[in-house]
Design a binder for this molecule. Structure first.
Ligand code: UD1
Length: 340
């Protein structure tokens, strides 16, 4: 069963392709503009799996280019749509780029589903759609909050677009996956997150400080109403996130869905503070981190973690990896990158 993976050379996309090849049930086709990823990731996937994935280097905001893939492969049964911009502070600075890129691509994907009668779609959403919440953990019934940045807003609008589209297309089926904080790398250390020169996310900053690419790390806020004053997040191993996509596809292709637009949280259920993560890294790797305590970062919410019982019950998904695996694999990847 052929499945098109948009953003397949990206962080979560590439790990999902690896997982998909290893499971064997689906046959991935990768499309990626490589604007924020690199085609060498296709080599990395081959190195790990021994399989050369069919790869189209194009921007799916170009509808004609996207549609040509479906003209070539008439037997695609599903799409996993990862391709999107995902940097929270950048989205605040460049809102229109985020709306254009994240929504235009999704619209084209949905049009492709209609035109080529693709029955199954998995969509990458985010826990950021919940905004600031009163009650933790959040589950799928927790309402969307006020969007705190354009990135989160594009995910909210994206979810609604899919929901309305599904309402009038009963043969179309979607699963929306709300990721919490994906971190870590493939256990081989041969594939992981390729961060920009100045990463924004905590784990690549930790590993870059540890290896000496960055001088220092700032803990953004130590006066939050949390157990140690720093923000609490729900970190999930990227390979667990990847596995959830295969399970979501099976769920749809085996017609186990009740509604034709289902939503699942993907988190570990375990809230970890920034300081706890830093100390875990130091303990597991034996490397001391150069960090300072700083002010809050604009747009951060104090705490969020997931109730993922819905994914456990219906997708039979749960996290196989813990914090130690996340840290160790991310560190192995950073060290491998240095050797390249
Ligand atoms: C956010 C979104 C998430 C999205 C991700 C994409 C929320 C709740 N989640 O994750 O859905 O997929 O962006 O980028 O908004 N931190 C530091 N120092 C640093 C960097 C980070 O203390 O140098 C802290 C942050 O303040 C935060 C935590 O580490 O408390 C995690 O930050 P980050 O990795 O950037 O992810 P989120 O902002 O939680």
């Amino acid at each position: 069963m052929k499945v098109l993976i948009t953003g397949g050379a990206g962080y979560i996309g590439s790990h999902t392709i690896i997982e998909m090849i290893e499971t064997g049930e689906f046959s991935p086709i990768c499309v990626d503009s490589c604007e924020r990823s690199t085609p060498e990731t296709i080599d990395r996937i081959e190195q790990i799996t021994g399989v050369r994935v069919p790869f189209y280097k194009l921007n799916i905001c170009n509808k004609d280019a996207l549609f040509r893939i479906f003209e070539e492969h008439k037997d695609i049964v599903g799409i996993i749509h990862f391709a999107a911009y995902k940097c929270v502070p950048e989205s605040v600075e460049k809102p229109l780029e985020y709306y254009r890129n994240n929504l235009q691509s999704l619209e084209n994907v949905l049009e492709a589903c209609l035109k080529y009668k693709i029955p199954n779609l998995i969509f990458s959403s985010s826990c950021s759609i919940y905004g600031e919440v009163d009650k933790l953990p959040v589950n799928e019934d927790t309402p969307m909050g006020a969007p705190f940045c354009p990135y989160a807003h594009t995910k909210q609008i994206g979810e609604e677009m899919i929901r309305f589209f599904a309402q009038v297309n009963p043969k179309f089926n979607a699963v929306i996956l709300r990721y919490f904080n994906p971190v870590g790398a493939h256990k081989s250390g041969l594939n992981g997150e390729l961060s920009p020169d100045k990463p924004n996310n905590l784990m690549p900053i930790i590993t870059q400080v540890a290896i000496g690419k960055m001088k220092q790390l700032t803990v953004f806020g130590t006066d939050y109403d949390t157990r140690d004053g720093s923000c609490i997040r729900d970190y999930v191993h990227v390979s667990d996130i990847a596995d959830a996509h295969i399970k979501a596809l099976q769920f749809l292709t085996e017609k186990k869905n009740i509604s034709n637009c289902e939503v699942f949280n993907l988190g570990s259920g375990n809230g970890v503070s920034v300081l706890e993560m830093l100390h875990a890294f130091e303990e597991i790797t034996g490397v001391k981190l150069n960090y300072v305590l700083g002010d809050r970062r604009a747009g951060d919410i104090p705490a969020v973690y997931s109730d993922s019982s819905c994914a456990e019950r219906l997708l039979h998904w749960s996290c196989q990896y813990g914090i130690a695996d996340m840290v160790a694999s991310a560190w192995k990847w950073e060290q491998n990158l240095k050797l390249e």
